[in-house]
Design a protein around this ligand. Structure first.
Ligand SMILES: C[S@@+](CC[C@H](N)C(=O)[O-])C[C@H]1O[C@@H](n2cnc3c(N)ncnc32)[C@H](O)[C@@H]1O
Length: 237
């Protein structure tokens, strides 16, 4: 399966992509302010995103976790991140009509940004591997209330065909468990669709039953057509 980046197809995590979005994309997808970037952040899944590297360079405190980092996975993701960004860009070029060219002016701009982000990731993963923790949702290896802000992009909802309802529910409960103030998830639109995850209403009702409130917020970022909303779950105090 392929969407706006590339398919791994190997490594024990099926066909889910290991993509390399940048700090600028994270800021837009999650409406992050400068104050947000000063908070202790978890990026789950981190994939080959440049977010952790770029925020660390600003002096921030970010941990990325991903199933792809198990074993020698982190090294492998670092070694292939740039080539995979190239491969993903080839797909985007071939399917340019399926994307909204506002955040990226054109496929060349997408290529430059994803490549640069992959390079940031690879360099930082080698220099600071302790910032990249192997983890497999719906279970995370962190104590309760470890991170001020927990971010989750392009796994839940995106892969609704591969990840069942229970996985979505359990993963959000787990992300909320390790958060202190808030969990933000983006996008709410499955790959290949321009509409919200079909069971979103039920999911939010079930989360509310266990005390996890939520709201949907439109953000100033749309690449996949129709995917311009994030879910915000404030952690009960
Ligand atoms: C499309 S990437 C998103 C990466 C990053 N957030 C970004 O936007 O560039 C999806 C990631 O989810 C990871 N993944 C898949 N299943 C997972 C699981 N059960 N727990 C943690 N990570 C998982 C994959 O390894 C992949 O890196």
């Amino acid at each position: 399966m392929i969407d706006n980046d590339m398919s791994t197809g190997t490594g024990g995590f099926g066909e889910i992509l290991v993509s390399s979005r940048s700090l600028a994309e994270y800021q837009a997808m999650f409406a992050l302010t400068d104050d947000d970037l000063d908070r202790r952040i978890l990026d789950c899944p981190g994939g080959a995103a440049g977010f952790t590297a770029e925020v660390s360079r600003r002096g921030g405190d970010v941990t990325a976790c991903d199933v792809a980092y198990f074993g020698d996975g982190l090294e492998q993701v670092a070694a292939t991140a740039v080539a995979e960004a190239d491969r993903g860009n080839r797909y985007v070029r071939e399917h340019a009509d399926a994307y909204s060219w506002t955040f990226f002016a054109d496929p060349d701009a997408h290529h430059r940004a994803r490549r640069e982000s992959a390079e940031h990731f690879a360099a930082h993963a080698r220099a600071a591997p302790d910032r990249y923790v192997a983890a497999r949702l719906p279970t995370l290896p962190f104590p309760d209330h470890t991170f001020d802000l927990v971010l989750s992009s392009h796994l839940l909802f995106s892969y609704a065909d591969d990840l069942d309802y229970a996985f979505h529910y359990r993963s959000i409960v787990e992300l909320a468990r390790v958060a202190i103030t808030e969990v933000r998830l983006f996008p709410l639109t499955p790959i290949g669709s321009s509409k919200r995850y079909p069971r979103l209403e039920q999911l939010l009702a079930d989360l509310s039953e266990v005390g996890i409130r939520s709201r949907i917020a439109r953000v100033d970022y749309e690449f996949q057509d129709g995917a311009d909303e994030m879910l915000v779950c404030p952690v009960p105090t």
